[in-house]
Design a protein around this ligand. Sequence first.
Ligand code: FPP
Length: 231
Amino acid sequence: MPKHVAIIMDGNGRWAKKRLLNRINGHEKGAEAVRTIVQTARKLNIAVLTLYAFSTENWQRPQPEISGLMLLLRRFLASERQTMIDNEIRLNTIGQIDRLPQAVRDNLSAVMDATATNRKMVLNLALSYGARAEIVEMVKQIASKARQGAVDPEEITPETVAGHLYTRGMPDVDLLIRTSGEMRISNFLLWQIAYSEIFFTQTLWPDFGEDEFVTILKDYQHRERRFGAVP
Ligand code: FPP
C-alpha cells in the first residue's frame, strides 16, 4: 500500500456544466467525493492523504465561486469533525493559510486542535497551495538560517530542503492521481513527487469513488518502483 497518496481533484466545473448546473453544484458534489475517498483511504490504512482543494492560482476565479468553495470547506469541517475523531484521522493543512478568510482559519484550527493527537492517518488539505511558493518559502527560511550562522550552506542536503517544506516529517508522495483527463501537475507538490507513480483518469472528480480508487491502488501495486536504479 502506498504510504502517501496525493490527489488533484479536477473536473467539478465540467461535471456541473454537463448537467446544466452551476459550478458550485459541481464543487458540492466534489465535496461528497472527498468524504468517500477520505473514508476509503483510512479503511485501507494509507498513512497520508493529500488533497489539492484550492491552489494559489484559484484566487483568480470569480469571487462567488471562491466564496462558495470557502463555505463548502467550512461545511465539510463541521460535518466531518466527529468522523475524523472517531477514525483517528489528524487534519493538517499545507499552503498559504494566512490568505484564507478568518472564519475558515478558525474552523481549520478548531478541527486541527481536536484531531491533533490522532495517529492512524493524516488528512492533508492543500489550501491556497502552490509548490513554487512553498519552494520560495523554504529557500527564504534556509537562507535566513545561513545568514544567522545556524546552517552551513555546504552542509545543505535534500533532507534539509524536505525539512523546510510544508510536508516536513511526512513521507514523499508514492502515488499521485489526477482526475478529469488533464495531464498536468499544475504546481502541486513539485519536490515531493520526484519518484511518485502517476495515474491520470478521465473520470471527473464528483464521479470518482471507492471502486476506481481501489482499482488504481491495485494497479500501483503492480508497478515496479526502481527510483532510478536497476531492478
Ligand atoms: C477543480 O475542479 C476543483 C477545485 C478547484 C476545487 C476542489 C474542491 C472540492 C473537491 C470541494 C471542496 C473541498 C473540500 C475539501 C470539502 P474545476 O473547478 O477546476 O473543474 P473544471 O476544470 O471542470 O472547471
